[in-house]
Ligand binder design. Structure first.
Ligand SMILES: NC(=O)c1ccc[n+]([C@@H]2O[C@H](COP(=O)([O-])OP(=O)(O)OC[C@H]3O[C@@H](n4cnc5c(N)ncnc54)[C@H](OP(=O)(O)O)[C@@H]3O)[C@@H](O)[C@H]2O)c1
Length: 241
């Protein structure tokens, strides 16, 4: 395969919500913990999240002050800061909003290891942001001029970083784009036995302005495990039409 095998690993309520008040219930803490253990168990070399998830769980909304002057134009070519690392985290951040100050993730969230950060950008990003990433040693790749083409992005991840297995870990918007581009090979779902019941919580796969037309995608059940506390871990593989 020219691209990594892609596993979408997510935690949902009984009504398919990935956000909502059910995440704050005492009972859910056990499942969040199990979700992290399954992440480890897969042992993928890389995992990926959208900008909003990264901001919520990793950079915690930290903003950079990049109002320096005299930043020369930086060519829009991929920048590889590190390839001798065990694992990578891939941040989909088309216009360069994430306020990273270190080039590895454990600095931001103790649940994760020293994964080296790779930013996925469009050419619309500012020179100041590229300069900042270079200075702190964060790798970046371009996925398009104005819009991201994830097929190109994942091919680059394989070619430039030898990533053979990628774990896609939300949120709903990025998952929806991958589903739509036929880029999900496997779905790993931790099902929490609570119905969220809210209509404005996000679902597993969201439609967005990035997608012109949605289409249903078929999956086949690969494995199912009963968890303590009434939950399920379900593994599905995408049916290749
Ligand atoms: N339950 C779970 O297992 C789980 C896992 C992960 C996340 N979550 C939750 O999901 C929520 C966030 O989900 P979300 O759907 O709002 O956001 P998201 O998918 O995390 O991030 C969306 C952002 O990523 C960039 N992006 C994603 N797809 C793109 C595309 N096709 N083209 C260009 N840019 C793209 C855009 O950034 P810009 O806006 O900068 O252009 C977009 O706004 C959080 O509350 C998080 O806690 C839950």
């Amino acid at each position: 395969m020219e691209r990594p095998y892609i596993i979408c690993h997510m935690l949902t309520s009984l009504d398919g919500k990935i956000t909502g008040d059910y995440l704050e219930e005492e009972r859910t803490a056990y499942f969040i913990d199990e979700y992290e253990k399954i992440h480890e168990r897969y042992g993928c070399k890389a995992w990926m999240c959208g900008r909003i998830t990264m901001e919520e769980h990793f950079t915690f909304g930290h903003k950079l002050d990049l109002t320096h002057e005299n930043i020369p134009t930086i060519p829009r070519t991929d920048f590889i800061a590190k390839t001798d690392t065990k694992s990578y985290v891939i941040a989909v951040d088309p216009s360069g909003k994430l306020g990273w100050t270190k080039n590895y993730i454990s600095e931001w969230n103790e649940n994760r290891t020293e994964d080296h950060i790779v930013e996925v950008l469009t050419e619309q990003v500012s020179d100041a942001y590229l300069d900042h990433l270079q200075k702190i040693g964060i790798s970046y790749i371009f996925g398009g001029k104005e819009q991201l083409d994830f097929t190109i992005v994942v091919q680059k991840l394989k070619k430039l970083f030898s990533i053979d297995q990628l774990m896609l870990e939300g949120g709903g918007v990025i998952n929806g784009s991958f589903l739509n581009e036929g880029l999900i090979d496997e779905l790993s779902l931790v099902l929490v036995p609570i119905a969220d019941g809210s209509s404005n919580s996000l679902t597993l796969f969201e439609a967005s302005s990035h997608i012109q037309k949605t289409k249903p995608v078929n999956f086949d059940l690969k494995a199912i495990e009963k968890m303590d506390n009434g939950g399920l871990w379900m593994k599905y593989v995408t049916r290749k039409e």
